[in-house]
Each structure stands twice: as C-alpha cells, then as structure tokens.
Design a protein. Structure first.
Length: 407
C-alpha cells in the first residue's frame, strides 16, 4: 500500500498537468500561433488577406525580372517566353507521373484558365522530371486538362535549363520529391509579381483579382508599391554564396548610403570597374568619364563606378577619389562592397573579368529594366558614338524589350 500511494499521487498530478495544458492551448488566440503572422493574422480571412499568407508591400522596381527562356512544349515545338511579352502569365512546376498533388494542382490551373478565359493571360507548366516527360507524354497529359499551347503550355527540356528557371529565377526547388506547389505570377512587364497557394480558395480568388489588374495595366508601374507574397523581393542576402546567380546586387556608395541595382529601374546607366590605387588605365578612364558626365546632359545616363579592391576602397577613400574627378553625387556614383560579390557582379551580371588588380576596362550600358545592353571601348571614337546612340535608344523605351536575343 505504501508503494502504491505515491504512484497514485504522481498519476493524479500528471493528469492535472495534462488537463491544464489542454485548457491553455485552447485559450491561445489563433493569430499567435506560428505561421499566422503578417497582414492576414489580424483580419478576417478574405481574398485580400488569405489565412496564413504573409503579404508585404514592395516597390515594383524591386521585383525580380524574369529573363527570356526557351524550352520544348507538348507539341514538340520550341517555346520562347518572349512570346508572352505584353501579357501576364502564371508559372507552375509538376511532373506527369505524380499521382496526387500535381494532378490537383493542374486541375486548379484548368479552373483558373476557364475563369479567366476572357483575359489575355498565359499559363506555363514546367516539368521537373524532363527526362521522363517527353513532348509525347506531355501532349497526352495536356489533353486531360484541355491545355492548348496557344493558352497553356506544358514544357520540358534539359534538366539544367529547368533548374536555372526554377532555382535561379524564381528561387524555388526543382525536384520531383520536393518541388514547389505555388503558382508564380509574372506581370506583362516581365517582373515576378506574386505567388499563390493553389489549394487556398482565398488565395485563388486573390489570383484572379490580381491577374485582371495586371491585364489592365497600360504602362510599367515604376513608382508604385505592390501588395504581394513575394516577400524576398528587394531583400539583401548576407551570404553571397547562397545566391545561385547574380541578377541584382546591393553595394555601398561613397556617401555611405546603400546602392541597390533595382533602384536604377527607370534610368539608363553606364557601369565601369576600377580601383583607386590603379596607376594607369583607371586614371585615364575616369578622366574620360569626368568629361563624359558633362556631355550626358544631352544623353541622360547615370555613371556607376565599382571598385575591384573593396578592402582598400572604403567609402571615405572613394569620396576623396571622386572629388579628384569632380564627380557629381547624383550623376556619378562610386561603389564598394563585399569582395566576392563584386567579382560575381562582374562575371555574372556584366559577363566580364574582375579581380583586385585586373579588370575589364569596357564601359557597360544598362537599360531602364536592368539588362546589360552593350559594352564599349571608350578609347575608340566610333564606339563612343555607338554608345551614345544606344543610350538615346534606351531612353526612348517605354516598356521592357520582348526579345533580348534580337536586340
């Protein structure tokens, strides 16, 4: 009896604790549960505030650009994303042998396609198992959903291209076992505008509303702020090695202010590489740019000079150096930053070489939409003429180019 009594007391105490925990959990407000934070947590669920979805306000110019890509459609024809320029389109990932989620996802896309039949919108479904999903397989699969290439393409191609689109452009996993089940929306100006949960009825209602808004846009919303689930847009990533490909970048200007390449959206700019202790070509090039900044009044463009020796060229050093060339703080920027990032900016964004003491001496012209459209040898008169002509052409653009391959 003496042994049983303590055990009985322990059992009763444990039971009381469990009952107390149950009541405590029931008393928790839903908006304090993990995953319910953000704009949707303090309001009743609706298309504008889907449950569990964190919606953020992002300047349109900070949204990632979706570069042109080519794959093969269900009719075994080359599909070029340039054909979608001027219309919003939705991107999703799937594989034909998926027995459950993918079929439900595509059934939802079919419903969206039907609901938006009067809108000029496209749907793009990309296989994450392209080795098995041949055009023949996709053609049969597409028939199950009444998907025709004119409106809804199902795409396959080399796995490295599919991964480039998924991981480098949309930053989603491309793998049959763990691929994203989000529907990703690109606006008619080629910006990754928003993402949606296909199995959330509130988010799907929001999708149709947003698509109609995008279809009605007549010009890029350069100065507008977008309400979106694309919460990563514009954020600076500290771990440079985690970025699969440099399509945008953050640096520090000589003033100490942050420089973000997407903030240049809407402006044509000229970029060059240099370092302040360079005794030769850098001095000559910056003397040339000193004269050029005066002439750019007739050919509007901002100059962005990026040091290849950031460990030495701190903002104070760049500020003193810029003064030697009478650099206008609004028209000629001098930038420094992470050494590895700068090398990757040179090789991946500008497709040029850069190291501490060796770098390209070309001038790179970037359009209003963040595309490098040409590079020029500033020491040759005919190339300078061609550069200024290109700047004039780019300043006249009012919408992003549909096909950079033809530019």
């Amino acid at each position: 009896m003496k042994k049983i009594f303590p055990l009985l007391l322990f059992t009763i105490a444990l039971g009381c604790c469990i009952v107390a925990m149950v009541f405590a959990l029931k008393s928790l407000r839903p908006d304090r549960i993990a995953g319910q934070s953000g704009s949707s947590s303090t309001q009743n669920p609706s298309a504008e505030h889907p449950p569990g979805a964190v919606l953020v306000d992002v300047p349109w110019k900070h949204l990632p650009s979706v570069p042109q890509f080519k794959l093969t459609n269900q009719n075994d024809e080359t599909f070029d994303s340039a054909t979608l320029a001027g219309k919003p389109y939705a991107v999703s990932f799937f594989f034909a042998s998926c027995p459950s989620i993918c079929r439900d996802l595509n059934a939802q896309v079919q419903r969206l396609n039907e609901q938006l039949r009067n809108e000029d919108v496209g749907f793009v479904s990309i296989s994450v198992d392209p080795e098995k999903d041949t055009p023949e397989i996709l053609e049969r699969y597409a028939r199950d959903y009444n998907a025709t290439p004119q409106r809804w393409v199902m795409l396959t191609g080399p796995l490295y291209k599919v991964r480039e689109i998924g991981e480098q452009i949309f930053r989603v996993i491309v793998d049959p076992a763990t691929h994203t089940d989000n529907i990703l929306l690109v606006d008619k100006w080629g910006r990754y505008r928003d993402r949606f949960k296909w199995d959330d009825p509130y988010d799907m209602k929001r999708f149709t509303t947003v698509v109609k808004e995008l279809a009605s846009e007549t010009e890029p919303p350069l100065e507008k702020t977008i309400h979106t689930r694309n919460a990563m847009a514009g954020l600076e990533i500290d771990d440079v090695s985690s970025i699969p490909w440099i399509r945008e970048f953050h640096l520090v200007e000589r003033s100490g202010k942050k420089f973000y390449s997407r903030e240049m959206t809407g402006r044509v700019w000229i970029a060059n590489f240099f370092f302040t202790s360079c005794p030769g070509i850098c001095q000559k090039q910056n003397e040339y740019l000193r004269a050029l900044q005066e002439r750019l009044a007739d050919h509007p463009a901002t100059i962005v000079s990026i040091t290849t020796d950031p460990n030495t060229d701190l903002p104070a050093v760049l500020s003193e150096y810029a003064n030697k060339f009478s650099a206008d703080q609004d028209k000629w920027l001098f930038c420094t930053g992470n050494e590895l990032l700068i090398r990757r900016i040179s090789s991946e964004f500008f497709r040029a070489h850069a190291s501490e003491n060796h770098h390209s001496s070309q001038l790179f012209v970037v359009d209003k939409w963040g595309n490098v459209r040409g590079d020029f040898n500033w020491q040759e008169a005919d190339q300078e003429v061609a550069m200024l002509e290109l700047i004039d052409l780019l300043n006249a653009e009012t919408v992003p180019p549909a096909d950079l391959d033809k530019k």
